[in-house]
Design a protein around this ligand. Structure first.
Ligand code: ADP
Ligand code: ZN
Length: 754
């Protein structure tokens, strides 16, 4: 027998090998194998079993890595699609569909010595007092890891061995599953009676699930023709979307189908995971819920993945890459917060997990449910033109109303302030915080910038301390008294005087605002308030995030200051005030999606307020209070925002009116990068001449011209439909010669233009 193998080195080519007799029957499509390649041995994946090969003198497969079907044929087919659509070598795509922890050759289950009590002999042997104490514990537990017993009984291995010699217990190696949530106490929950809006939405999804064709093991083909249409669930914050997910998943399970739930990494909080584990920990559809995200140890990830592969975990909840989970008889894919940009991987393969979900759903004939309070323009547009089925939940579950949003004009504030610059807190916000402290309610303050101040600027000559590797200014971090680049991580000491040679002014000062300074100012203003800050600087350890949130939930913190990591998904009924300190921050980004992102962020943060019995209030401070993104967010008017933003996009023919491919060339020599970019543009003009409606813009310097010492130039392609654009670009990339020190990256459907 002959197999076709894709090697783990990006050659964009497959090779044929013969299966030696001793491995026959152990190799199938998706098996990972070791094969000779030149003088080396390399790992690869079997992509097909072929009758004969055009090549002669085939070499033999030398061994198998891991289990026979590491990759299911369906996942293999999906990886191929990713390679083609996102212009990346299939080898890379294959790598990203299997977690590193599973791919590694030494990846395996952990085995530990376990102590098992044997049936008590008719005559209990004589035991010393010490031995009796140890035996009592073993008898009570029946079975436990040896280490655990040694700890509990404060004893030694010798004592345990003596008990083994007396025939009371058995010591043996056993698989010991690593469970990242083992220490969590999870209390089972029951389904909540749905309100009418939730009822309609859940019904629609369940009907689609009922309509799925019988699962066909052998089938890896394309169900495009009969595929249920994906659903877009547009439900305001607190409308109870999660309950819809839970009950739909429950229905899928009752039909024998599994589910994948994608959530943005940032909202993969213990709170979220708990809700899923709790619901499926008992009852007729009880199952393990596997969790996949970047904070797990390699061992934990290995075990979670295999629980899925073995079919024991019928539900997976995870971040981006969980879309590749090999769930057996998959029936439903949920993508929560589908508008989130973190679903896009910013390195090759540059896939968007939400889009992959839709494609996987179509190929495998699976129901896809996208949910958001602020759907991406792309998805809402798809729903309006019937590509997706729209489900609306416009009100919050109980009587809670959406919070009142007040916009404070910072221009007026700065006129009032004598120095010309307003303080961090307007009068209104200060008063609002004060009231909450009096009433023992909680406040969340949001600022999307960490550090103390954004830049160090000389008031005399205007010199700004910039990063030597990137075209951005350095941020001052007071706690460490250092300047830090938020792009590349470069750090340096704070100069005692202006470093510009002809200046040397000692009165250099800081401007701009970061979370660190907000916290400090707040502490001065309200000395008795209990304040905590949450951003990447304060969360160093794995457990920090959970710890701070638990403290906040228990009411031990009055005010929580943070970056976008506190904007999403948190549910704290005692939070009645949300302050957005500087709403313009995300507006001043050179990206056509800046308005959309600001709107989404404001709506999401506002959604944290008033989730309990007391009505919530949101205070948004801004220098451009009449910007549509801010005004529509103030009125919780998604549709209004959508319509005006679509007009703006139409004028410029930006997505969703078009699709974009962004080509970025980078290198350390700016002239070379520029010349290469022009060369690529010429090639594109020739190669894509027949492409109707194609617009090629650039080359132009990237908005962030220099990052991590590389200069970057961009070419933007816009077209109505991506079609086979990926293939054409891949071919161009393989045929065009560029200088060795200039690299070309292709990003299909980019979410960031930086
Ligand atoms: P969303 O995800 O839409 O922001 P959640 O699913 O987090 O909203 O729901 C908000 C809160 O309302 C949760 O505490 C949830 O348990 C509760 N909830 C959901 N559905 C109902 C219902 N039908 N009746 C009562 N409470 C509900
Ligand atoms: Zn830098």
């Amino acid at each position: 027998m002959i197999v076709r193998v894709t090697l783990e080195i990006a050659l964009r080519k497959e090779f044929d090998y013969r299966i030696p007799r001793e491995l026959e029957g152990q190799i199938g499509v998706g098996t990972r194998v070791k094969v000779p390649f030149g003088p080396r041995t390399i790992t690869g994946v079997v992509t097909a079993i072929v009758g004969e090969s055009p090549h002669t003198n085939l070499r033999e497969v030398s061994g198998i890595v891991g289990t026979k079907g590491a990759l299911t044929p369906r996942i293999l087919a999906l990886a191929r699609w990713i390679g083609e659509y996102y212009c990346c070598p299939v080898e890379l795509a294959l790598k990203s569909v299997l977690p590193e922890a599973v791919r590694r050759e030494d990846a395996k289950w952990r085995e530990r010595l376990h102590v098992t009590a044997l049936p008590a002999p008719p005559e209990v042997p004589r035991l010393t007092q010490r031995q009796q104490e140890v035996w009592n514990i073993v008898e009570e537990w029946r079975e436990l890891p040896l280490q655990e017993l040694l700890r509990l009984a404060e004893t030694t291995v010798e004592t345990v061995r003596k008990l083994e010699d007396k025939g009371l217990l058995l010591l043996a190696q056993r698989v010991d599953e690593r469970d990242p949530y083992a220490r969590e106490q999870i209390l089972p929950t029951l389904a909540i009676p749905l309100n009418p809006e939730q009822e309609v939405a859940t019904k629609a999804v369940n009907v689609a699930l009922d309509g799925l064709p019988a699962y066909d093991e052998a089938d890896e083909g394309d169900h495009s023709a009969t595929a249920p249409r994906p659903f877009l669930l547009h439900g305001v914050t607190g409308s109870g979307k999660t309950e819809v997910y839970l009950q739909s998943i429950d229905h899928a399970l009752s039909l024998g189908r599994g589910a994948i739930v994608l959530v943005p990494e940032i909202s993969l909080t213990p709170q979220t995971v708990e809700r899923f584990k709790a619901r499926f920990s008992s009852g007729p559809n009880a199952t393990l819920v596997a969790v996949l995200h970047s904070h797990l140890s390699a061992g934990e990830r290995h075990d979670e993945w295999h629980k899925i592969r073995q079919g024991r975990a019928r539900i997976v909840i995870g971040a981006r890459s969980a879309i590749f989970a090999p769930v057996d008889r998959l029936g439903l894919i949920v993508v929560d917060e589908e508008h989130e940009h973190s679903y896009k991987q910013e390195e090759s393969p540059r896939y968007h997990a939400r889009d992959v979900a839709v494609v996987r759903g179509r190929r495998e004939g699976v129901v896809v449910l996208l949910g958001s309070a602020t759907p991406s323009l792309e998805s809402y547009h798809n729903a309006k033109r019937g590509k997706y089925q729209l489900l609306e939940m416009p009100s919050r579950v109980t009587e809670q109303r959406l919070p009142v949003v007040r916009v404070v004009d910072l221009r007026v504030e700065s006129r009032k302030a004598r120095g010309g610059m307003p303080g961090i807190f307007s009068e209104r916000l200060r008063e609002a915080i004060h009231q909450r402290l009096e009433r023992k309610e909680q406040t969340i303050l949001f600022l999307n910038r960490r550090g103390y101040s954004t830049s160090l600027q000389c008031p005399k000559c205007g010199h700004v301390a910039g990063c030597p590797n990137c075209s951005v200014s350095l941020t001052y971090h007071r706690s460490t008294n250092r300047l830090l680049c938020h792009i590349c991580g470069h750090e340096e000491a704070v100069p005692s005087k202006c470093p510009a040679p002809e200046c040397g002014n000692p009165a250099i000062r800081y401007s701009g605002l970061g979370t660190e300074r907000v916290e400090e100012t707040l502490a001065k203003m309200f000395p008795h308030a209990r304040i905590a800050r949450m951003d990447r600087d304060t969360l160093k350890k794995k457990d920090d995030y959970r710890r701070v949130l638990t403290e906040f939930r228990l009411g031990r913190i009055d005010v929580l200051v943070g970056t976008q990591m506190i904007a999403k998904g948190l549910h704290f009924p005692n939070v009645t005030l949300v302050g957005v300190l500087y709403a313009d921050l995300s507006l001043h980004v050179p990206d056509f999606r800046a308005g959309e992102r600001t709107f989404q962020l404001l709506v999401q943060v506002s959604g944290r307020a008033g989730r309990g019995d007391v009505e919530g209030e949101v205070c948004v401070q801004s220098f451009t209070p009449f910007h549509p993104a801010i005004q529509y967010a103030r009125r919780h008017d998604y549709l209004g925002f959508f319509e005006q933003e679509m007009e703006f996009r139409k004028e410029l023919q930006y997505p969703p009116w078009s699709r974009i491919a962004l080509l970025t060339l980078k290198g350390r020599n700016e002239d070379k990068v520029k010349l290469s970019a022009e060369h690529v543009r010429k090639e594109l003009r020739v190669r894509l001449a027949a492409w109707k409606d194609l617009v090629i813009a650039g080359p132009a310097p990237a908005p962030l011209l220099r990052a991590e010492t590389y200069f970057r130039y961009q070419i933007m392609l816009r077209t109505r439909s991506m079609g086979r654009m990926g293939a054409a670009l891949t071919q161009m990339q393989s045929e065009v010669t560029l200088p060795d020190d200039v690299q070309l990256a292709i990003d299909i459907d980019p979410v960031s233009l930086m």
